[in-house]
Design a protein around this ligand. Sequence first.
Ligand code: B12
Ligand code: SF4
Length: 435
Amino acid sequence: MKVALIKPPMPFGWTPVAPPVLEYLGALTMKAMPDVDLRLIDGSATPVYPKGEDVDLVGISCLTATAVPGYRIADGLRENGIPVIIGGLHASARPGEAKQHADAVVVGEAESVWPEVLEDAKKGVLKPFYYGSPIPLEDLPTPLYGHLKGKYRFRGVFTSRGCPFNCSFCSVKQFFGAKIRQRPIIDVIRDVEAIPDKIYMNGDENVWAGNVERVIELFTALKGTGKKWLGFGSLGAVQSPAGDRLLRAARESGLITLWVGWEAITDEALRVYHARGKIGKNREDAIRKIKDNGIDVSLFVMLGGRADTMDDFERTIDVADRLGVSIHPSLVVPYPGTKLHEEYEPYINKELGWEYYTGAYALFDHPLPDMTPRMREKKFYEVSLELLTLKRLLKHLTEIPFSVFPASHIISLMSQLPVRRGMKEAYEEWKQHNG
Ligand code: B12
Ligand code: SF4
């Protein structure tokens, strides 16, 4: 059987990360049907989609911001008689909507149902919906690293799924569930060793979720691979009594940059989002502690929520300067399937389709009169560009711990400069439409 897996183009174009979902779903496909003829298509890099005779089945992975292009690709393929399966976070939050563009929708994780889907497709008896259950993460195949050709710099590895917290904006929690499921350490090491590059990316929502001792064991094993890595981690574990040991082990395992979901500027706003796991005793101290342990930090901040004020935009710059970290702001996105989407429902601008759910658009009304959608979007661009001035980028290089020189310094510049260019272009385009 000829199978193609597609990741539709991402909202801000190409990224240096080879889409982990393609490499991993590809491996699951090969495991279930070793004689399959497989094609992986990254719509941001090589947007060339199969024609009728090229393929027997197409799987498309849809996030919210990629749902519209994903549906468009699916409709085109189905007009040519090609059966299409849609899966991913967005399809799982809105299965009925996705079904209008697919022969079958996979809701939830693929592992428990993908072999059945492939068999049914081969026999031509696809069911409309398949429901994946959160099975233990054992015996998972190594992603097909290297299968996707192109100038990718990073490949992804995941070590766990699930999170016990309930942040109202989170679109991953509902999907992976509250129980933390960890992969066997030996499997993670096997995958990391299979990555052709010296630096990789950890795609866990929180790399030190769960039992700290087990995480330290994982880091100790990773040390042997001799590779450097970047990943997401929360501040709770850093502030725990085992925090110092954890950070030492993380650094020795090759962690050079930690991405932290800082989310809201004030603890008050974090409370409104029920982000209990993110309200540290002192978040700023935790950041300093990570940096003191020789690990660079990048913060992700959401701005313009209904509990935020205009001052929070400016405060973001203060936080970046005070802590000597890079910050990636976005406007709040009430993703479908989240508690926040329910709360914001009466205020959401329904004229804005999923393609606007990128973090650059004000998607809902705000109670404060000065926080009009136009002002929030304008301020978002201004703050983003202020955080990316050349002066700041260069100053940040001097603030990155010297122990991660030069990898972290190069990655910082390599990732920030294209974002700066993209942000400038997006702001110019925004100004043309909004005056
Ligand atoms: C790696 C990653 C990235 C990487 C790589 C993206 C890429 N090229 O693929 C980078 C850093 C570039 C990135 C960027 C962005 N990302 Co991102 N990213 C992730 C992350 C951390 C891991 C995703 C991943 O690959 N997991 C590994 C794969 C194997 O798992 P999976 O995709 O969930 O797939 C499983 C199931 O979903 C299902 N499945 C998925 N697709 C399909 C398809 C079929 C046919 C089937 C059967 C099953 C199936 O089966 C798989 C196995 O069980 C997630 C957070 C997370 N923990 O999930 C956020 C996440 C996916 N990102 C998100 C967002 C919003 C973005 C940005 C749009 C953010 C922004 N505003 O800039 C940007 C887009 C950048 C761009 N250029 O346009 C959101 C999506 C929210 C949503 N509901 O849509 C997430 C969930 C983060 C979050 N917490 O909100 N991201
Ligand atoms: S800590 Fe919050 S944002 Fe992170 S995975 Fe858990 S619920 Fe989602």
